[in-house]
Design a protein around this ligand. Structure first.
Ligand code: FES
Length: 74
């Protein structure tokens, strides 16, 4: 879905920016894609999509980097 109509930015674009480009803040999103830089109507929706994407990225990172906790006693 379109998040920012003024700049034509979708939720998919925001998720890709978070996962592939390391975007983590509204400032970075605004600088790179212009989100919320014109009318500002998209700000809260963009922030929500960004927050969710960053949480998912961080959770995935922790799951991939944590050492296995299962121990075999045989
Ligand atoms: S809809 Fe994003 S700046 Fe207007």
């Amino acid at each position: 879905m379109y998040v920012c109509l003024c700049k034509g930015v979708t939720d998919k674009t925001i998720r890709r920016a978070v996962n592939d480009e390391g975007v983590s803040s509204m400032r970075e999103l605004r600088q790179q894609y212009g989100v919320a830089s014109q009318c500002g109507c998209c700000k809260s929706c963009a922030k929500q999509v960004l927050t969710d994407a960053v949480k998912e990225r961080n959770t995935r990172f922790l799951e991939e980097t944590l050492l296995p906790t299962a121990v075999c006693y045989t």
